[in-house]
Design a protein around this ligand. Structure first.
Ligand SMILES: Cc1cc2nc3c(=O)[nH]c(=O)nc-3n(C[C@H](O)[C@H](O)[C@H](O)COP(=O)(O)OP(=O)(O)OC[C@H]3O[C@@H](n4cnc5c(N)ncnc54)[C@H](O)[C@@H]3O)c2cc1C
Length: 360
């Protein structure tokens, strides 16, 4: 990826050739059980894959992020028929996917969504809209969060996930949203009008579990976001160190100035702390335990480290750090997404605090 990342990201070129390589490596099947052709990675290895990808091009890791969460949803909560139907193709990447939760009027407050699925015999008739859906244009099928009982109280009891084939009439992928960074994969608006979806596509075959299914996949998702953040932060450190050793001022390399050394040392400690926190949270998932709090901590901490490290690396680069021709500028544009996606850091801190209170 390294030789093309800078140029392709800048031009907005879709990385088809790299996606083909990722298919050949089995990366689309990271969370697919072996019996369906996947490689069934543990959560620690999964987060390391995202770290390694993001070290070179964070945007590209988005091609695998929500796809892998869709596979996780089917593996954990799908019916046998749903698993056999979709997982083998998703494991090879022939069937691409993503995850459609967010709406124009509701992101953090998912219980406030207004996409409705009304049962009509053997189908659900779905109406609503989604936004920011990454990989939507390349997806063959998407898990879509809907309300099957809009009057339910609390609202999550009336929420379900429907696997909607993107070619279904009335399911229209709109424009690619222009973004600060995270270029490579597309993030799109979707409008859904009288879209008829077979009842067999209801994840798990039972209404009312959709929010729970989505949130438990987000636990894994947070390991991938934390991994990406560690990758971006490590890249920022690597670039800063290399630049500081070769840039001279006042007759010596700037790496010899204490002000620069302090920045490098702080970055190195923060990056390693973020990495270890990520592995610690992921290992809890690998022991089969719930890890909302731990994955939340890893995601929040690592994303704040990525933000800080990309800014500090830019400062080490001086004026060149502000140049669009230097790689550090891309890290600076990519870093903020990790503080927003898979639960904003503000929301996750409330989750962490709730868990702390429960355990005290
Ligand atoms: C590039 C990109 C790709 C994305 N890809 C996907 C995707 O593939 N699928 C998908 O479903 N979504 C996707 N999203 C959407 C993303 O998950 C949401 O943007 C995110 O969850 C926040 O929701 P929101 O934008 O509606 O912000 P809001 O929920 O409106 O929040 C606005 C601000 O208010 C704060 N806030 C809200 N409620 C509280 C509270 N209770 N306590 C404290 N603070 C609060 C938030 O932290 C934030 O700072 C993507 C977003 C981006 C930018």
């Amino acid at each position: 990826m390294a030789p093309v990342a800078q140029e392709w990201e800048r031009s907005g070129r879709y990385p088809d050739e790299i996606v083909d390589e990722m298919k050949a490596m089995g990366l689309f099947g990271m969370l697919v059980p072996r019996q369906y052709g996947g490689i069934e990675l543990d959560a620690v290895s999964y987060s390391i894959v995202f770290e390694e990808l993001a070290k070179v091009w964070m945007g590209l890791s988005g091609v695998l992020g929500t796809h892998s969460m869709a596979t996780r949803i089917l593996a954990m909560d799908g019916t046998d028929e749903q698993r056999s139907r979709w997982l083998p193709g998703m494991a090879t990447g022939e069937i691409r996917s993503g995850l459609a939760l967010t709406e124009p009027g509701a992101g953090s407050d998912l219980q406030g969504i207004t996409t409705i699925a009304r049962r009509d015999g053997g189908v659900y008739v779905v109406n609503g809209a989604k936004t920011w859906i990454t990989n939507a244009r390349h997806a063959v099928v998407l898990p879509v969060l809907v309300k099957t009982d809009p009057a339910a109280k609390p609202p999550h009891r009336g929420m379900s996930l429907l696997m909607i084939e993107t070619a279904t009439a009335g399911f229209d992928i709109g424009k690619d949203l222009p973004k600060l960074g995270y270029r490579g994969p597309e993030s799109c608006e979707i409008s859904i009008t009288d879209c008829r979806v077979p009842v067999e596509n209801l994840v798990g075959g039972k209404e009312g579990s959709g929010l729970k299914q989505a949130l438990s996949a987000l636990e894994f998702g947070r390991c991938n976001i934390a991994g990406r953040a560690v990758g971006v932060a490590q890249a920022a450190l690597d670039l800063a160190l290399a630049y500081a050793q070769q840039r001279h001022a006042f007759g010596r390399p700037i790496a010899e100035f204490q002000a620069i050394q302090t920045k490098l040392a702080d970055m190195a400690m923060q990056v390693q702390a973020a990495r270890l926190l990520t592995w610690w949270a992921a290992s809890k998932l690998d022991r089969g335990e719930r890890a909302d709090m731990e994955t939340g901590m890893a995601k929040v901490f690592a994303s704040e480290v990525a933000l800080q490290a990309s800014l500090e690396s830019m400062r080490v680069h001086g004026g060149y750090g502000y140049s669009a021709e230097y790689e550090v500028e891309r890290l600076y544009r990519d870093a903020p997404l990790m503080a927003i996606g898979e639960g904003t850091n503000e929301i996750l801190k409330t989750v962490i605090a709730r868990h702390l209170a429960r355990r005290s």
